[in-house]
Ligand binder design. Structure first.
Ligand code: E4P
Length: 214
């Protein structure tokens, strides 16, 4: 499973990139606003750090505007894909952008039917939001599993990004289902690194090593 980081924070992207496990980056308007930057500057800087797909969200609400914005965003760097929110207008825009070789990440996916339509329109990625389904009392990973199962039956060439990840168990389940990608917030990535038994083991080995030196 490919691992993307879900952030617009440059220091965190640099840090996680140095771990050697990073395959790409997703941003969204809320993440960009949190960093007090603008989309263009932010994704340009990210493209200088990470050699992999970077999602940048278009904000137009009509297909024509989405296509125009999509072309502009894609022209910033070859690794940039255009995030569009799932709706009728974005399906139309996806058809146009994908026919021009511009990758679309269809975002705000909450059902297998939405994912199916996005794939049919030519989206390179679909992003089911797991945590936001949990927030309203549904089981987000059930929807994720359904999408993985549906896509397994066909040959869409669309990759599934498990998004709105809130904790390491979401990541585990995405990997168990065979999801293509998980886009993970920094704090969840940090939690995935450690285990109390690892810390305990390191402390014991260090203590024994220091004893044996004397
Ligand atoms: C996906 O690309 C989104 O940026 C993101 O995963 C949204 O997550 P949230 O529900 O934690 O805001």
């Amino acid at each position: 499973m490919k691992i993307f980081i879900d952030t617009a924070n440059i220091e965190r992207i640099e840090e996680v990139n140095s771990w050697g496990i990073l395959d790409g980056v997703t941003t969204n308007p809320s993440l960009i606003a949190k960093e007090g930057t603008d989309l263009r500057t932010c994704v340009k800087r990210i493209s200088e750090i990470v050699d992999g797909p970077i999602s940048a969200e278009a904000m137009s609400m009509d297909a024509e505007g989405m296509v125009k914005e999509g072309r502009e965003l894609a022209s910033i760097h070859g690794n940039i894909n255009v995030k569009l929110p799932m709706c009728l207008e974005s399906l139309k825009a996806t058809k146009v952008l994908s026919s021009e070789g511009i990758d679309v990440n269809m975002t705000l996916i909450f059902s297998p039917q939405q994912a199916l339509l996005a794939a049919k329109a030519g989206a390179r990625y679909v992003s089911p939001f797991v945590g936001r389904l949990d927030d309203i009392g549904q089981t987000g990973t059930d929807t994720l599993a359904q999408i993985v199962n549906v896509f397994y039956n066909y040959d869409f060439g669309t990759e599934i990004i498990a998004a709105s990840i809130r904790h390491p168990v979401h990541v585990l389940e995405a990997a168990e289902f065979g999801c293509d990608i998980a886009t993970i917030p920094y704090d969840v990535l940090v939690k995935m690194v450690s285990h109390p038994k690892t810390d305990e083991g390191i402390a014991k080995f260090l203590a024994d090593y220091n004893k044996s030196k004397n």
